[in-house]
Design a protein around this ligand. Sequence first.
Ligand SMILES: Nc1ncnc2c1ncn2[C@@H]1O[C@H](COP(=O)(O)OP(=O)(O)OP(=O)(O)O)[C@@H](O)[C@H]1O
Ligand SMILES: [Mg+2]
Length: 330
Amino acid sequence: MSGLLVEAPGSGQDLAIEVGGLHQRYGNFEAVRGISFTVQRGELFALLGTNGAGKTTTMEVLEGFTRPGDGHVRVFGLDPWKDRRKIRPRIGILHQDAGFLGDLTVQETVTLWRGMSADAGRATIDNALALVGLESKAKVKVRQLSGGQKRRLDLALAVLSRPDLLFLDEPTTGMDPEARFATWKVIQDLKAQGATVLLTTHYLEEAERLADRLAIMHEGSIHTYGTVDEVVSGAGDQVAFRLPMSAAQAKERFAEGLPFVQGIAPIVTYTAGGTQVVYTLSEGSEAARAQAAVRSLLAWADGVGVTLERLEIRRGTLEDVFMRVVGEVR
Ligand SMILES: Nc1ncnc2c1ncn2[C@@H]1O[C@H](COP(=O)(O)OP(=O)(O)OP(=O)(O)O)[C@@H](O)[C@H]1O
Ligand SMILES: [Mg+2]
């Protein structure tokens, strides 16, 4: 599966990032094993995956920090390693691990950073701090910021020069829900102004909300990719209910067991409240399969004289897909 090409809808000039068959090694260890994807200009692409999947390694190649191994890598049509001086002014980077100088204040940190970035003149320090809600901390030493506040400072620095392309490696890790929500808004606003974003996150809801397209990586390979809808549609629908009896009672009562639905056997778990039954349906028409399943289950329930308690239909989630990808390959 590692050779999957994740094609953006556009091509050539429209592409901010092109990765084709990238392999990346640390000594004898192959951290990235032939991944391919493209990111169109103006798009937000999320790289999801397990710890150690190779997301940060891939980002560092694209950011020009690491020499690419085998394969084809382009950022704005340029080589991110050889042409890094040309590319650097156009990109903003939020690293997974912040490396702040703890004795500087927040304001001093932004000033220092502004002095180092090529095109930061347009953004004032106040604006940058306001953007991430850190105005009141301007005079506070960085070491006195909380983890989530440091992350917000990171974001302020990454966007200071209004980059065309933003690399955000786990931007909201450690943030409280309100700060995370505010950060999503900052990212969405930047995107609305035309920025391209490559994001990694372990918060699947974040990817569902923000990403135009996403890929799920595990152990150096991309295992699934596409728009959120495309990826999630592969997860199928779940039809679930509870039977008000124990497993033993269910076995006794239904001599032929629980029915198959569209050829699928249910997953049955026994809880104190009864027997939980879940069918995952991924075959056939997405629009109609849940209805057909419910119809046949109700017919079965009427036939055997049982009530399907808390009957529900749930669309598969990104989490279902993630767990399946990881489960299949582990
Ligand atoms: N400098 C390094 N030297 C040796 N191995 C490394 C180095 N950096 C990363 N690795 C290894 O490469 C693999 C990929 O690491 P990477 O940091 O790219 O993963 P990741 O997908 O970003 O994970 P996480 O979600 O935990 O941040 C891991 O197995 C890691 O141990
Ligand atoms: Mg990482």
